[in-house]
Design a protein around this ligand. Structure first.
Ligand code: FAD
Length: 278
């Protein structure tokens, strides 16, 4: 089995951030990931920010997957964007619903849910793009029930997704169960675990509250007990996340997608600890 290892960035907001990301990208490119992905709209980033970051990575000859979301988009604007990506030789996308800044449900555009966006991408561009979608081993925070969320996930895959990337999680059992349940619904595409390195407790707690990813009690209490001691947080976080990745790879997870937070070291430390090829 060929595993897919990939790295996620968010678009930098300042020229200094862009310079820093270039250096981070160079370090991460050395381990030859399958692709870099670039978020869109998350954390207030702009369309231009995603476009600039994506096209720069593509121009450097690296595989890149822009994220695109339903928020505020029309059929015409998505069509235009797909053609623009295609003209740059981009072959992979991460298709999402996205979130309104207020956290309200719904798309406020022509597409309400990611399955509609995936369907549109397939209808417009055939097999040109490898389309990734999001998966939630601990279930999406707005889902009505686990069964409903799984059915929605399966619908989205059947609309034409080639693979999925999960929200991050620290309970490997949640992932294993999710994959099993999705397969029982006929999902056959790879479901790649999303991995969030732990380097900053406050930031992680904020993200986790917003996206519904659980930090298990024992991990949370240990992290809290380190206070401002960043070295201890990073060392403990590296142990915990290395164990998690080892468990996932031991049972044939189809790869790992690292939420790099635009930093090279935490991901490269994990890479080294896991003995992945350089
Ligand atoms: P959907 O699959 O559309 O699901 C959203 C909710 O609606 C779920 O509760 C689902 O059960 C329900 N649902 C789905 N389809 C239907 C249907 N047809 N009828 C009724 N209910 C339905 N956000 C960003 O803004 N920018 C990014 O770049 C970004 N990147 C991400 C990358 C990954 C790997 C992940 C896991 C998430 C990312 N997100 C990003 C966050 C994501 O946009 C949010 O989690 C969003 O709330 C859901 O997006 P989705 O594509 O999973 O939605």
């Amino acid at each position: 089995m060929t595993r897919t290892f990939s790295f996620e960035f968010f678009p930098p907001k300042t020229p200094e951030g862009a310079d820093k990301l270039r250096a981070v990208r160079a370090k991460l490119a050395a381990v030859q990931p399958a692709f870099f992905s670039v978020t869109f709209g998350a954390g207030g980033s702009t369309r231009e920010g995603t476009w600039n970051t994506v096209t720069e990575i593509a121009a450097a000859g690296l595989a890149v997957a822009p994220h695109i979301s339903c928020i505020g988009t029309t059929r015409a604007s998505v069509r235009e964007l797909l053609l623009a990506f295609r003209s740059r030789g981009i072959r992979r996308l991460v298709a999402l619903r996205g979130d309104l800044p207020s956290g309200a449900a719904g798309g406020a555009g022509d597409f309400r849910y990611a399955n509609e966006l995936v369907e549109f991408i397939r209808a417009e561009t055939g097999d040109w793009f490898h389309v990734e979608v999001a998966a939630y081993p601990e279930y999406h925070p707005q889902s009505r029930s686990p069964a409903d969320d799984l059915a929605n996930f399966a619908r989205k895959v059947k609309a034409g997704a080639d693979s999925a990337i999960t929200q991050y999680f620290y309970n490997s059992d949640a992932y294993f169960r999710f994959v099993e349940d999705a397969q029982a619904l006929g999902v056959e595409v790879p479901i790649v675990p999303g991995i969030m390195p732990i380097t900053n407790y406050t930031q992680l707690a904020r993200f986790s509250d917003a996206c519904g990813a659980e930090i298990p009690r024992w991990i949370r209490l240990k992290l809290q007990s380190y206070g401002d001691d960043r070295d201890s947080i990073s060392a403990f976080g590296l142990d915990v996340v290395t164990d998690l990745c080892e468990q996932l790879l031991a049972v044939d997870a189809p790869g790992l997608h690292f939420y790099t937070m635009n930093q090279a070291e935490p991901t490269l430390e994990l890479w080294a600890r896991l003995g992945l090829p350089r």
